[in-house]
Design a protein around this ligand. Structure first.
Ligand code: 5AD
Ligand code: SF4
Length: 459
């Protein structure tokens, strides 16, 4: 019998932004595959192009708008081509997208992906379709993600959605809604499937993984109304992590992102106890100044953050620590900036992600604070923290020279076809000669040199 595959409509998903978006694209792909569509890498010949978008900074949105403009010609050539916008920009701009970017047919927010097949039916008959309703309990827990562009070695597993933290600069609570946790049974089922398919590493994902709390479903903020039984049998992040580490001893486990005020000592103890939990914590701080942290509505002080760092170093001496920092937040003075440099000198992070403050419409900072640090100063401060981070990264990585690291081989090194690359437990990239090793294998690599981003080894 002839295959019907060729009759299927082809779609391409182009993903921007955070790991959560990449994970969501796999959910969308699974929904489309179950509804008669076929994934394709060739967007030029696709019937449907979906952009999974990011709103975190203005620059991200501009990049996506440019991409959309580049589809104008394609659309002229192929009048059947449909274009959809998913994710945070869809949620933020809603129907406005249809008027602002004329070639868009479909706008779907992060909690409405199950509705895509219905919306596509509307689009097929010539209507525009929009669903940006945010949900209190959607976690897509029962959907088996289609692993897009997967290396078959490491995969993301989402455990929470949304965020309740309301950092004043951040658009995420508005675009991804309230924080909710995913049913642990569905998490375990997904990891088991990954294990059976030969995956060796999972990264548990959430905007704020440490506040994971399962008590039968619903918003975290409603936990206070839960029954005594629900409270007693509830599952925190440390318990979930331990459950996964114990049940999947052969797999490496990572998680991101942690919020300083929610990271418990229990999580650190579980990390220290289980060899298969990678020794890396991504711990955004955003600023080294209490004044700025307060304006950002970050719910901890710098002293509390330093205490947490000390605790991490005491409980997990070899733990890699990384950060996110924003420069030029409203009212940031030169002294506040110096406090950020001082904090960096205290922690000596292994790596970090550094950004200039970008005002996001609708956020509390947009409403209440003046974006009053000149662009030039934002840039100068950003460069200073990047330079300092590079120095710390180089020095920290130098300490690995002469030691052996356990590395999970992921792929060929970008720089040389003679080398593999993969990450060590601390999430640092290691490159080393291929020899007769294969991706997916975990090897002990002797480190012989380093740059500020990479360890160079001999297998
Ligand atoms: N401007 C600049 N950076 C931002 N981030 C979030 N919102 C903004 C913004 N408005 C950064 C924070 C966060 C990371 C994911 O993105 O550092 O931790
Ligand atoms: Fe945004 Fe803060 Fe939530 Fe992170 S913790 S997603 S920065 S509001």
């Amino acid at each position: 019998m002839l295959t019907t595959v060729d009759n299927k409509k082809k779609y391409t998903i182009i993903t921007y932004g955070c790991q959560m978006n990449f994970s969501d694209s796999e959910v969308v792909s699974s929904i489309l595959n179950d509804n008669g569509y076929q994934s394709s890498d060739d967007h030029i010949n696709s019937d449907l192009i979906l952009l999974n978008t990011c709103s975190i900074r203005e620059k991200a949105e501009l990049t996506i708008r440019k991409k959309l403009q580049s589809f104008k010609k394609l659309k002229k050539k192929n009048s059947n081509l449909k274009i959809g916008v998913l994710g945070c920009m869809a949620e933020r701009l809603k129907e406005k997208f249809l008027t602002e970017e004329k070639m868009v047919d479909l706008v779907v927010g992060p909690d409405a992906y199950r509705d895509i097949p219905n919306l596509l039916r509307d689009v097929e008959i010539g209507n525009n379709a929009v669903n940006v309703i945010l949900s209190k309990d959607e976690t897509y827990g029962d959907i088996d993600p289609s692993r897009l562009k997967s290396n078959g070695i490491s995969a993301f597993v989402s455990i929470t959605r949304g965020c309740d933290n309301m950092c004043t600069f951040c658009v995420v609570p508005f675009t991804r809604g309230r924080e909710r946790s995913r049913d642990p049974k569905s998490i375990i089922k997904e990891i088991l499937k990954l294990k059976n398919e030969g995956y060796s590493e999972i990264t548990l994902l959430g905007q704020n993984v440490d506040s994971y709390l399962w008590y039968g479903g619903g918003l975290k903020k409603d936990f206070k109304d839960a029954t005594e039984l629900q409270k007693k049998s509830s599952l925190s992040f440390s318990k979930l992590l331990e459950l996964i580490a114990t049940n999947f001893k052969s797999m490496r486990i990572r998680f991101t992102t942690s919020n300083p005020q929610d990271m418990s000592e229990d999580v650190l103890n579980v990390m220290a106890k289980h060899k298969n939990i990678c020794k890396h914590i991504h711990l955004p701080v955003q600023s080294g100044s209490d004044k700025i942290l307060n304006l950002m509505n970050r719910k901890h002080t710098i002293n509390e953050y330093k205490e947490l760092i000390n605790k991490i170093r005491r409980i997990i001496p070899n733990c890699g620590i990384s950060h996110d920092i924003i420069t030029g937040f409203p009212n940031e003075s030169e002294d506040d900036h110096k406090l950020t440099l001082e904090l960096m000198n205290y922690v000596k992070y292994d790596f970090g992600f550094m950004f200039k403050y970008s005002e996001r419409p609708g956020t509390p900072a947009y409403k209440k604070l003046d974006d009053n640090v000149p662009e030039k100063i934002k840039q100068k401060r950003l460069q200073e923290i990047i330079d300092l981070q590079q120095k710390h990264s180089f020095n920290n990585l130098k300490d690995y020279v002469g030691t052996n690291c356990e590395v999970l081989i992921e792929k060929e090194s970008k720089k040389s076809s003679q080398f593999w690359c993969g990450r060590n437990s601390q999430n640092i990239m290691v490159v080393f000669p291929k020899k007769n090793l294969k991706p997916g294998e975990t090897v002990s690599v002797k480190i012989i040199d380093n740059t500020s981003t990479t360890l160079i080894g001999r297998s």
